[in-house]
Design a protein around this ligand. Structure first.
Ligand code: TYM
Length: 342
């Protein structure tokens, strides 16, 4: 059996990118795997979070997991700060990772921006904590969106270096699972930018809790281009849009990809259905598809956050089960490293 681990930060509204790139796939993987899904609050504070909002968002992400269909009896759902072993293993990895490796991380460069001196040191060692999240359970497979690929390569390097340094075959070399219909959902305002909770414009993303009116408005205002929708010749042999099409018409490629992913159709079926039509017709149908897919989930999330007793008990129970798995692994790592525990 594979051991699946993944996480989502409670640092902004959950959006369609989180859902299609990650959370929806978490649900599918539960069927025949051992799954651990974390709300990574330690990662969230690498940039400033208002404490009351952080608590609220932690519940919101948990509610998103549950509303999407993750079963807390089968899978473990918990928030990271409740399991101390994550931070403890991260310290060991701070001493394994080389500065040169961290200096190559593009997410740090993006998030720190021009004023790097002002970024927190937590933001810099963020990938070490992410490696610890996964490896403290000896996770083998990690479902994520495409933006996390470089971090998972670093996780593999850390595991390999730890094993080499100590002459053990201890940590598995994790496999990223970057698949599904939409591993990279782009902004509704600019098809060359990732859909992100840190985008200052809320119109750039569809949030999981947006109501039908908000979805309709955002889809209507989504940037498109002046051409008609394409014919299926823009789909490559892998069933995805050709790189040429994505480059020349990024917004059309993004909207059609989202439509196909939400409706459960193949890209070829979606493109076939709208061939030669204008964006106005397409956007009406896209609104219907998005509202049908997200509406019930958003309502369920709001209900669970309003009365958080269920969410809180899921997190309490999940943390207990997570600690039972992580603590013995951390103890073995401490032995390997040579920490005396008389
Ligand atoms: P985060 O919180 O930014 O995003 C959560 C998940 O959503 C995916 N995602 C997207 N997928 C497709 N299109 C998009 N526009 C989009 N935006 C976000 C992300 O790829 C991610 O899978 N570092 C991680 C959290 C993390 C983690 C881990 C993940 C911490 N520890 C261990 C896996 C394993 C992050 O910031 O994700």
């Amino acid at each position: 059996m594979k051991r699946i681990f993944s996480g989502v930060q409670p640092s902004g509204d959950l959006h369609l990118g989180n859902y299609l790139g990650a959370i929806r796939r978490f649900v599918d993987l539960q069927a025949d795997n051992d799954c651990i899904y974390c709300v990574v609050d330690l990662h969230a504070i690498t940039v400033w979070q208002d404490p009351a909002e952080l608590r609220q968002r932690t519940r919101e992400v948990t509610a998103g997991y549950l509303a999407a269909g993750i079963d807390p009896k089968k899978s473990i759902i918990f928030n990271q700060s409740q399991v101390a072993a994550h931070a403890e293993l991260a310290w060991v990895f701070n001493c394994v990772t080389r500065l040169g490796w961290l200096n190559r991380m593009t997410q740090f460069k993006d998030k720190a921006g021009k004023n790097r001196e002002k970024a927190s040191s937590g933001l810099y060692v963020y990938p070490n904590l992410m490696a610890a999240d996964i490896l403290v359970y000896k996770g083998t497979h990690v479902p994520v969106g495409e933006d996390q690929k470089q971090h998972l390569e670093l996780t593999r390097d850390i595991a390999q270096k730890f094993n080499n340094d100590f002459g053990v075959e201890y940590f598995p070399i994790v496999e990223p699972l970057i698949q599904g219909a939409a591993p990279r959902v782009m902004s509704l305002r600019d098809g060359t930018k990732k859909m992100s909770s840190s985008d200052p414009s809320d119109a750039a993303r569809i949030n999981m809790t947006d109501d039908a009116d908000a979805v309709a408005k955002k889809v209507r205002r989504a940037t498109s281009d002046a051409e008609l929708l394409p014919d299926p010749s823009v789909i490559g042999p892998d069933g995805q849009f050709t790189a040429e099409f994505r480059q020349s018409r990024p917004e059309a490629a993004n909207l059609l990809t989202i439509f196909a992913a939400l409706s459960g159709q193949t890209l070829a079926d979606t493109v076939g259905a709208f061939e030669g039509k204008g964006f106005a017709d397409f956007k009406k149908e896209m609104t219907d598809v998005a509202v049908a897919a997200l509406g019930p989930m958003g309502a369920e999330m709001k209900r669970m956050v309003e009365d958080p007793s269920h969410v809180d008990s899921v997190l309490r129970d999940g943390a207990e089960r997570a600690r039972a798995l992580a603590d013995p692994i951390l103890a073995e790592v401490y032995d390997i490293v040579g920490f005396l525990r008389p």
